[in-house]
Structures are given as C-alpha cells and as structure tokens.
Ligand binder design. Sequence first.
Ligand code: ADP
Ligand code: MG
Length: 450
Amino acid sequence: MSRSDPAGKTWDQIAAILRRTVPRQQFETWFRGMRVVSLTHEVARLTVPNNFLREWILKKYRGLLRGALREVLGADPEIDLAIAEEGDPSPPAQPAAPPTPRAEVPSAIESDIVLNAQYTFENFVPGPSNNFAHAAALAVADSPGKSYNPLFLHGSVGLGKTHLLQAICHRMTQRRPDMRILYLSCETFTNHFVTAVANGELDGFRFRYRHVDVLLIDDIHFLANRERTQEEFFHTFNTLYNANKQIILSSDSTPAEIPTIEERLVSRFKWGIVARIDPPVYETRVAIVARKVEVHGLPFPDDVVQFLAENVCSNIREMEGAVNKIAGMARIYHRPVDMEIAREAIRDLGAPGTARISVDGIIRTVADHYGVKVNDIQGKRRTKSIVFPRQICMFLARRLTSHSLEEIGGYFGGRDHTTVMYAFDKIRAQSQKDPELSKTLERLSSEVTS
Ligand code: ADP
Ligand code: MG
C-alpha cells in the first residue's frame, strides 16, 4: 500500500517548497546535503552528512520538513533522519554541504544527560577496589568494539560507575569525534521505548538506537520488571553487538543478581567483561578526599583528610558531600578548615561510617590487644602499662568517631578534654617516629572498623 518513490522528482518538489519557505542561506546550510533513501506514506527515510545537521534539523526544522512532505506526498510520514554513511548513493548529485560553523558544532555525543565536566579519567582515582573497572573502561574508550564487548560495570551506589561511564564519553568525544555515541540512563531508554510504542514510532526508535557506534546505558538494573523493554533492548543489543559496536552498561549488581531479568540478557551481559567496583580502601579514600579538596582551593589539614577517609568509608559521594560541607562551613565561619569543623560537618551529615564505631568497641579492642582490663582503662590507675593503652584508646576515639574531646573524656572516668587532646597529640607524634606503633594503630583501627 505504500507508494515508494526513489528520490528524484518527489524530492525536487519537497526541496522546492523548503527553498521557498526558508531564506536561501538557511536552505544552503541545512538542507543542501540532505539525501533521500526512500519515501513512503509511512516513513520518509532521509540522510544528512553529520549528526550536527541531524540534531539541528530535528530540533528546528522538523515541522517545516513535515509540512513539505505532507504537501507533496499527501501523507504524514514519520521522518527518519539518519547520518549518511560513506559510499551511500547520493541522488541527486549536489555539491557537498558547506562546512558548519565551527563554534556551534556539538560533539558527536547524543545524550539526555549533561556530562559532568569533572567526571574524567584524569579525576578518577584508581585503587585496588576499582583498578580492573578503571582499566577496562580505558581500554574500551580507546578501542571501542574491539577489546571488551559489552563492558558491564557493577558496584553499589556512589562508587564511581557513572563517573567511569562519563569518563569514557569525554575521552571518546576528544579522541574519536567520528564516533556516534549514545549515552542514556536506563530510564530514558525505557521512556523512549514506551513513547515510541504509544505513538507507533518504533521504526524511528529502532533506527536511532541501532545506528550508533557506542551505546552506554547507566543503571541497567532498572530494566527489571520491564518485560517489553527488555525484549526491545535484547534486539538492540544483538544488532549492535553483531555490528561490532561497543556496548557499555552499569548496574548496582551483577548481571545474574538483577531481579527478573531475562536469562538471555544475563548471558549476553557476561559475554564481554564484567568488572566490579568495591568500596575503596583507606589509602584510596585519602587520595580521593585529597582530590575532591582541590576543587575548593581551601587547604584541608592532613588530620582532616585522614579523619574523612577514616569515617566515610562506603560511599564516595558521601565523602564528596562531607568535603563540600566542610569547605562551606569554613567559609561561613571565616575560619580555616580544622577538626572541629570536620566533626561538626560529619555529625550533621550523619555519615553511616561514623555511627558504627563506638568508643566502647575501641576500648574493648585495645584492652584485648594489650592484655589489660576494660575497667582499668576507664578507671583511675596511672601505671604506665595502663596509661599507654588508655592513650591509644583516646587517640583512636578521636580518629575514628565523631565524638568531641569532652565526650571522649567522659568514657574514661570523666577526664578533662585537655587530657584527651594531650593523649592524641602524644600518640600521633610518637607514631610518626615509630613505625611499629604506627602499624599497631593501623591494625587496631581496622579491627575496630571491621
Ligand atoms: P555511582 O554511579 O556508582 O552511584 P558516581 O559515579 O555517581 O557513583 O560517583 C559518586 C561520586 O563519587 C562522584 O562525584 C564521583 O566523581 C566520585 N567518585 C567515585 N569514584 C571515584 C574515584 N575513584 N575517584 C574520584 N572520584 C570518584
Ligand atoms: Mg550512577
């Protein structure tokens, strides 16, 4: 029933209408390079030389184009505007499209998400917990479709999945401007699909998703319980995969752990590389905090950096939040960043890492390590064999909890805050000179926090 018209005359008529409707310069800029692949009452398949033209036309001239098509065809076909592939037949012969104004040319990335300029590989701190994911992401960014396909990143919230996905986008738009990249949240993919189904625009939907070089979908676990979208994604996946196009996915769990996801998708997700991101270890946390501090241009003393690294452990977004909060408070107070501010900030944030560690737990652990009684540590005795572990307890309590000096003193028979401060300074100074003690402190800390 569809009347196929291979370019030629019909297109000339459409072009004539466009010429009539827009100023000559605009026609030359936007429509000169347009080619017809096929015209039916249902779909007008057109191409333009690049994504910039495509985006612009769809944004600014869709209505106009539709009007012209309607006028000539007497129908209202869906507009399927693609980017011409090299070697496409290009009737009618026309001079190449004029160069588009440089400043306006967007990168080849298409996304509903505004890329965060900070989420680059340069700003990503690698460590044992994320090395593998980091290396795989780099490899994929440098040779898409060739190294690992798909790349499946998973890890719990706030550990850098989105950061790595966007780092790939940044790197590819810089180094491979020829690549067509589509980066979306899973929700957007789902919404597009649902809308396309409702409006009978599945062809356009499919065309869009299956003609990219790189498809990145963040938080793919939201496909759970979405049977039809899963089905559609399955086909998108196959088409891209078979064409050696790169697919990159992130999720909060392993493929198999995503509830109600089809088995055939699970198995495909495992075809390439599945890389897990774990919570960062202490050294990585210190490095990350130090990196996040840089953007504020405010010096953070080492003890504050360490305090944050010790207290906010399982979510990097929260670490970042704490840094921001501290910097903000220092500005408001017109004071340099110090431990008081850091403690207050952490307390307000109710960081989960801090609540778990109790002073009682610290005292039990330390007492056990030194073979002394809990009662003695909390009591009045001043023999050396008791005083030293007591001071260690105070040091750790200050390091690992968000209690104030006064509060800590309360756990040790109501000792004065200056006593706690003295103990802290003394143990810190001593541990800086004595690697053995420093190691012991490290071991005790990790025992207390585990
Ligand atoms: P997810 O998507 O896994 O929930 P995000 O990628 O949004 O987590 O990361 C949360 C925050 O932590 C972001 O601001 C990100 O920049 C930061 N972040 C995560 N991992 C790192 C890292 N290794 N180095 C630097 N910043 C990181
Ligand atoms: Mg994310």
